[in-house]
Design a protein. Structure first.
Length: 340
């Protein structure tokens, strides 16, 4: 059924389709029997899927990656599709429109997306009341970043503002310094600025009576010495884990070279990222001897893809592009497969 719907949806602009589909999902959720219908068709529960990671109990290991529900507008609706957790954001202190449209592109032959959204969001202050008013008790992660207009030397102020605003309304945090679509952001992954940023955020965190888990989201384009530096910093600052990985600047996995040229800049996600993502997950797991929790995101479409990440050392997985291509049954299918 979804393959037929997808053929129609894929004829239109991906960003417009995203918001239209979410409006349809909201309407379905708000019907008298909508919530029960969605849950009965798309949720799958089994005790063997439950996992405790960085002190949080997850009903299953399959989450929704950041970027899909940037402004925390659809948590209740998305929770009915079986996710074990949802990561909102990336949120910034001030609202920003992001990069010029079009900025999201499909590559169906390769089951991939390229985006250059540019942290488009309504600002963290707009998200907080929505998080307070949600009905679902699903685990929510808060992915935070800096505004495009904020120079890197003042980035800590942006991350600290978002952290404090979200502290009471999310279950864990993700520090995003790895998006390729905000100018100079990835410079914050370099050793000294990263250590300073994470140290100061962790100091703020530890001042609370019950600190929250903090994870760092990294790029897939890092080399081994850079990964070693990041692992060292994450351990030194006592972060709770790593989200591996963000989108890539690499284009090797795309077969339509002319379309790549027409699309231009942006981060690539989907199946072409799968193998590199698994390599990084395995590298971090081996280097830390399995002591550092990893959320794997990149190229997960099937149970086999998810199991590959878990076998490589991931504690949890997230989907985004796979959700777009596989449709709303993706979590149920992965979870049932993991049980079986």
């Amino acid at each position: 059924m979804y393959n037929l719907v997808k053929k129609i949806l894929f004829k239109y602009d991906p960003e417009e389709v995203h918001y239209k589909v979410m409006k349809w999902l909201t309407k379905a959720y708000n019907l008298g029997i909508g919530k029960k219908y969605l849950e009965s068709n798309y949720c799958y529960r089994h005790t063997s899927l439950e996992k405790e990671v960085f002190g949080i109990k997850f009903k299953n290991p399959v989450g929704l990656a950041a970027g899909f529900d940037k402004d925390a507008k659809f948590i209740d609706e998305l929770s009915c599709l079986g996710f074990g957790f949802i990561e909102i954001g990336t949120l910034t202190p001030r609202p920003q429109g992001g990069n010029d449209k079009p900025r999201l592109f499909r590559f169906p032959t390769d089951a991939a997306l390229i985006n250059r959204m540019g942290f488009n969001n309504e600002g963290v202050d707009a998200a907080v009341p929505r998080l307070k008013e949600r009905n679902s008790n699903i685990i929510v992660g808060g992915n935070i970043g800096k505004n495009k207009s904020t120079p890197n030397e003042n980035a800590i102020d942006d991350y600290a503002y978002c952290f404090r605003k979200l502290f009471d309304v999310v279950d864990y945090f993700v520090i995003n310094v790895s998006s390729p679509n905000t100018p100079n952001l990835r410079e914050l992954q370099e050793k000294e600025p990263l250590k300073l940023l994470l140290t100061q955020i962790q100091n703020i965190n530890l001042a609370y009576p019950k600190p929250k888990p903090i994870l760092l989201k990294i790029a897939p384009d890092l080399n081994e010495p850079q990964l070693d530096d990041i692992i060292e910093i994450v351990k030194d600052t006592k972060l709770s884990g790593i989200v591996a990985t963000n989108t890539t600047l690499d284009r090797e996995g795309i077969s339509d070279k002319q379309l790549i040229e027409r699309v231009g800049a942006g981060g690539l996600s989907g199946k072409p990222l799968k193998d590199r993502n698994t390599e990084i997950v395995k590298y971090i797991h081996n280097k830390t001897k399995g002591t550092l929790p990893i959320i794997a995101v990149g190229g997960i479409f099937t149970t086999e893809d998810a199991q590959e990440k878990l076998n490589a050392g991931a504690s949890l997985v997230q989907v985004y592009t796979g959700f777009v291509y596989q449709g709303p049954t993706i979590v149920k299918k992965i979870c049932k497969g993991l049980v079986n």
